[in-house]
Write a protein that binds this ligand. Structure first.
Ligand code: HEM
Length: 189
């Protein structure tokens, strides 16, 4: 109830549409980036397969390194952030993926470290608009990777050059080019 009044039908519909849309390409982008990493990094693929207890820290690490979402804001009053002046009405991007690789915060920021312990990343934003679906998203990513690795422990890309990336607010790989190795437990890529 904003300002003590009930939501209008239009506002309720807007919330429903946001909930529906916000959980689609975000999660498939995160799952896709994580699988792409595992397909192209055999050491991490085999480690996660052989040490399934790493799934929680690995999930957070994939969210940090491949954070799919960038949001925008409008400045509501003149201010300065980190020495950068901002004027009321300015529009700016919040590049969460970039903040997630801040070398002052993260050791080896560009590397995927499956057992990274301190990992306070920005993949779900921050503040009053922080992602409403973050725990659902975490569960989806975790279950997808666990199930994939149980069923398909060995996989590589048939054509790495065929992978394309979406542009814009939600970033992730879009062209599937996976080769699945049928022999369960095979180590030979
Ligand atoms: C890996 C998957 C996801 C990522 C990376 C992600 C990321 C984000 C980010 C960065 C924001 C904006 C935060 C801000 O403006 O400060 C956001 C907002 C939001 N997300 Fe997600 N999201 C994901 C999945 C989901 C899912 C599964 C749902 C629900 C089914 C969802 C629902 C929402 C909603 C409703 C908002 C708007 C919150 C508000 O404005 O108060 N998201 N998300």
């Amino acid at each position: 109830m904003p300002d003590g009044r009930p939501l209008t039908d239009e506002e309720i519909l807007g919330v429903c549409i946001l909930l529906l849309l916000a959980g689609i390409d975000t999660t498939w982008s995160a799952i896709g980036s994580s699988l792409l990493h595992l397909a192209t990094n055999p050491d991490d693929r085999r480690r996660l397969r052989d040490e399934p207890d790493l799934i929680n820290s690995a999930t957070e690490e994939f969210l940090r390194v491949f954070a799919p979402v960038t949001m925008a804001r409008e400045v509501i009053e003149d201010t300065e952030v980190g020495g950068c002046p901002m004027r009321k009405g300015d529009r700016l991007l919040l590049p969460f993926p970039s903040g997630n690789r801040d070398p002052e915060i993260f050791d080896r920021p560009d590397n995927v470290v499956l057992d990274r312990e301190a990992n306070r990343h920005f993949a779900f934003g921050v503040g009053i608009h922080r992602c409403l679906g973050s725990n659902l998203a975490r569960m989806e990513l975790r279950v997808a990777l666990q199930t994939w690795l149980e069923r398909i422990p060995e996989f590589t890309l048939t054509d790495p050059d065929a992978v394309t990336w979406s542009a814009g607010q939600v970033r992730g790989p879009r062209t599937p080019a996976l080769r699945v190795h049928r022999r369960v437990g095979s180590d030979d890529g």
